[in-house]
Design a protein around this ligand. Structure first.
Ligand SMILES: *[C@@H]1O[C@H](CO)[C@@H](O)[C@H](O)[C@H]1NC(C)=O
Ligand SMILES: *[C@@H]1O[C@H](CO)[C@@H](O)[C@H](O)[C@H]1NC(C)=O
Ligand SMILES: *[C@@H]1O[C@H](CO)[C@@H](O)[C@H](O)[C@H]1NC(C)=O
Length: 482
């Protein structure tokens, strides 16, 4: 089972610089502190590595994640502590573990130190326990993780803090067979924070992992609904004629909290609402931050327009402006979404085209920016698809996603008044979180002939409308005469 994953960095070093091959490891970790902030669908993990170089000229530091942890991780970023620019990193899937190679901002000399921070978002990492809860019962979740933070380098001291927002932690695991690493206690609790360690002199060899690595779990109360957006389909349609960018989101939302035990009582729900003690596992409303300057916002579900939504519009902001402004859309689904229940809805809105499209007259190139998604706070989007529909006749289409997509494809979208159809580019993503709020950029050209064609087809449509109105009038008159 336990394979020699830790030998990889040494192997790389020796392959690159044979003279070091007889030397010891490149680094040691003076300290590792891992902080896990428990949520519902999202768990935020921040790990600080206090690093000391043992060999000269070190430019790459490696972080190991277990396969299970890597599978739960949907976003990760490494930085020097206190700095804002992410460091370049590459991933290798070695035999038993994942290794992330981080390019250090500058080479470290012997005894040179650096504090690195690895931040990750885990999704689908918690589960309701028990799986059912009555309407008046709390929502309890369980989270599991490995006790030790593994590393290709020896660690002098490490600890893990697991933090629950609510102080009522139901239970947590007490580790076994750790006496040789512990000087004080093995685990302590203070309010909603469980601290494992400090553990001393954690080695990198397989024996250590095989003998001492163990899973620990925390059982805690979580006071917000656990929401997953199972599918999100965003369509962004650019209209140069209407000078408009229309965005429509179709979402299928699932409450992944404990399923309801017994029947739903609307009376109890209303009295809980009245006392402002709403059951934590019921979703009754949520808020989205839309761009400034939105118009014609709509919200409907399978049964039609949902009138219980409320939009507060912020005025349109010029492109490139640093002002952070958004319109606030408060959505109240038609029915409260209980544990295990689903809710599908569509929202849409228009924004002025000049807020998201720029034109470079020199090259005749348009550039549009479309946000990947509008996050619903605290939720994961399991499968997202973003389709950007360009003006008819657009050519020379190029695009870039703010983070790697699962797939992208080009297609042709035909709508009213189109002659040849519009080029569309579609991106798919998995397990998006609020950390994935980037913008997709698409550049294109619209040849003059396409503009003219559009003018002809639009005026033809107008003309036939006029002709129809004219005919209708005549027919009408004729009828009147009779
Ligand atoms: C690095 O630190 C150790 C222990 O403090 C010391 O013995 C050694 O001489 C140092 N090496 C260099 C190159 O500074
Ligand atoms: C839908 O409901 C909203 C209230 O949120 C209302 O302003 C709007 O006029 C309704 N739209 C239609 C088409 O009924
Ligand atoms: C919710 O949707 C999922 C699939 O998206 C489905 O498997 C499940 O049965 C649905 N639940 C209910 C209560 O309809």
């Amino acid at each position: 089972m336990a394979r020699r994953w830790w030998t990889l960095p040494l192997f790389l070093v020796s392959a690159l610089a044979p003279s070091f091959s007889l030397a010891g490891p490149a680094f040691e970790n003076t300290a590792i502190v891992r902080t896990i902030e428990l949520g519902g669908s999202l768990v935020h993990v921040s790990t600080t590595y206090a690093v000391k170089a043992l060999e000269p000229g070190q430019t790459t530091y490696q972080i190991a994640l277990s396969k299970v942890e890597r599978a739960k991780t949907s976003w990760l970023e490494a930085k020097v502590k206190g700095q804002t620019t992410p460091l370049k990193l590459s991933e290798d899937e070695s035999s038993a573990e994942y290794l992330l190679s981080i390019s250090l901002p500058k080479a470290l000399a012997v005894n040179g130190t650096l504090n690195l921070v690895l931040e990750t978002m885990q999704t689908h990492a918690t589960h309701p326990f028990p799986e059912q809860a009555a309407q008046n019962e709390p929502q309890l979740l369980k989270y599991e993780t490995d006790l030790f933070t593994i590393s290709p380098y020896t660690t002098l001291v490490q600890r893990t803090k697991i933090k629950s927002i609510a102080p009522n932690v139901i239970s947590y695991t007490t580790p076994h067979d750790v006496d040789s690493f512990v000087r004080d206690g093995s685990v302590t609790r203070s309010g909603g924070t469980i601290t494992y360690g400090p553990y001393h002199d954690i080695q990198t060899d397989t024996d250590f992992v095989a003998k001492h690595q163990q899973s620990v779990s925390v059982h805690y109360s979580f006071d917000y609904p656990v929401i997953e957006v199972e599918t999100l389909r965003r369509t962004a349609e650019i209209s140069h004629w209407g000078s408009n960018l229309n965005i429509e989101d179709k979402a299928h939302l699932h409450n992944a909290g404990p399923t309801l035990k017994g029947h739903f009582s609307r009376l109890e729900y209303q009295s809980q609402n009245f006392q402002r003690k709403q059951a934590p596992h019921i979703l009754s409303d949520f808020t989205l931050h839309l761009p400034p300057g939105v118009t014609n916002a709509y919200f409907y579900d399978q049964n039609g327009n949902v009138s219980t939504s409320h939009l507060r519009t912020a005025p349109s902001v010029a492109k490139g402006s640093k002002a952070v402004q958004y319109s606030v859309l408060q959505l109240r689904p038609r029915y409260p979404v209980l544990g295990g229940w689903n809710y599908s809805y569509t929202i849409g809105f228009d924004t002025p085209l000049q807020d998201s499209v720029s034109y470079d007259a020199k090259d005749g190139v348009y550039m549009v920016g479309v946000p990947v998604m509008t996050p619903i706070p605290g939720t994961v989007v399991n499968d997202a698809e973003v389709k950007i529909i360009l003006p008819e006749g657009a050519t020379n289409v190029k695009f870039v996603s703010p983070f790697p997509e699962i797939s992208n494809s080009m297609s042709t979208h035909i709508s009213y008044l189109d002659t040849a159809g519009r080029p569309a580019v579609t991106f798919t993503y998995k397990d998006l979180t609020y950390k994935h709020t980037g913008t997709i950029y698409v550049s294109y050209q619209v040849p003059l002939s396409a503009h003219l064609k559009k003018a002809v087809s639009v005026s033809a449509a107008f003309f036939s409308l006029f002709a129809f109105a004219f005919m209708a009038r005549r027919v009408n008159l004729n009828l009147h005469k009779k």
